[in-house]
Design a protein around this ligand. Structure first.
Ligand code: GLY
Length: 347
């Protein structure tokens, strides 16, 4: 994986531009990254190829077929060809959507990711997953496609709100849960109202993901553990959008991890007292939504999860801190019961 940090990332991108002889550079951004990140970013590159900016509206709603179609039209009208390069400058929506746009236009053109959100730095932009949401389901349509380069520039974190940092923090905690109690401890100690990690924290978190992805790039086995907290989390995230009260991805994953810890106690032998402490910690930083969940709607969303096989719901559970197991068949009733109990306890 061509993954670089800080000034090295910028100089590697410059080298790529000089050597690549690209016909055009297309920068995909949203209104926030256009204003807050693009001007400072461009200053590093005095010799750019002809440049076009593709701006989409910030937010998960843009990760859709209709926005993708508009982008394909724009690429065609602006004469993107196979020698063009796409630069995805933004959070997870931009790297997922932009990566898929690049992977599908003319059967695939080159792209690079410069993630600007913490979530995209430690998760979305790393590991070649690209795609869009479809119907009520997250990331239902997509492809694995490798970026030419992933550049992580921590200065972008200063542009983020507390909520955005909290969203990325959940994925960093997840890396600790599934692979490293020590990483969990370090990340847990960040300020829980504005968790701003150091570059060393980000490198450690990304290294956990990179190692897992290297062993199983196409998620046939071990990579599934990166979905810890996502079975319930993705369903909750989709549901919150249907309710027009959107919760961030990381917030939903954090609540999904609270549920998954409960099921890990019931079904994977995770120590109950430790789970309670961890659930309490997560619950202090990430609150349950104010709206009630509809059982049937959540059932449909959980049943539609990509990790499932035939009729069984397959979850990632923990045996202990740092020891995750995947393909654990769980009854929906068990998930729903955990959710109900946890929400009642939190009230
Ligand atoms: N976000 C989970 C993965 O990349 O596999």
């Amino acid at each position: 994986m061509a993954l670089y940090f800080g000034t090295k990332a910028l100089s590697k991108f410059d080298t790529l531009l000089q050597r690549g002889n690209y016909s055009k550079l297309f920068i995909l951004c949203d209104e926030n990254t256009h204003e807050d990140c693009l001007p400072s970013f461009l200053q590093h590159f005095p010799n750019l190829p002809p440049l076009e900016i593709l701006e989409i509206e910030a937010g998960e709603e843009s990760k859709s077929l209709s926005v993708l179609e508009q982008l394909w039209h724009s690429l065609s009208e602006l004469e993107a060809d196979r020698h063009s390069l796409i630069l995805n400058l933004g959070g997870g929506v931009i790297s997922d959507l932009g990566g898929f746009m690049a992977a599908t236009y003319m059967r695939g053109i080159a792209f690079v990711n410069f993630p600007t959100s913490l979530l995209a730095m430690v998760d979305a932009s790393v590991g070649a997953k690209t795609g869009i949401n479809f119907g009520p389901f997250k990331n239902r349509i997509g492809a694995f496609a490798d970026a030419q380069l992933i550049g992580i520039v921590p200065e972008f974190l200063e542009t983020l709100s507390d909520q955005e940092l909290l969203s990325g923090w959940a994925e960093m905690l997840k890396h600790g849960f599934i692979a490293s109690p020590q990483h969990f401890q370090e990340i847990q100690d960040l300020d829980r109202t504005r968790p701003l990690p150091t570059l060393a924290h980000i490198k450690a978190s990304v290294a956990i993901k990179e190692k897992i992805v290297k062993n199983d790039p196409r998620e046939l086995g071990e990579r599934k553990i990166l979905n810890f907290g996502h079975t319930f989390g993705h369903a909750l995230e989709s549901y919150s959008h249907l309710q027009e009260a959107p919760l961030s991805h990381g917030h939903c994953v954090a609540l999904g991890m609270i549920v998954a810890l409960d099921i890990s106690v019931k079904e994977a032998g995770f120590a109950s007292a430790e789970a309670k402490k961890l659930q309490h910690f997560l619950g202090e930083a990430y609150s349950w939504p104010s709206f009630d969940l509809d059982r049937d709607a959540i059932f449909k969303l959980v049943s539609g999860d990509k990790k499932n096989r035939s009729n069984s719901i397959n979850m990632v559970l923990l045996k202990s801190m740092g020891e995750a197991v995947y393909n654990c068949e769980v009854e929906f009733e068990s998930i729903w019961e955990s959710y109900k109990n946890l929400v009642n306890e939190a009230d």
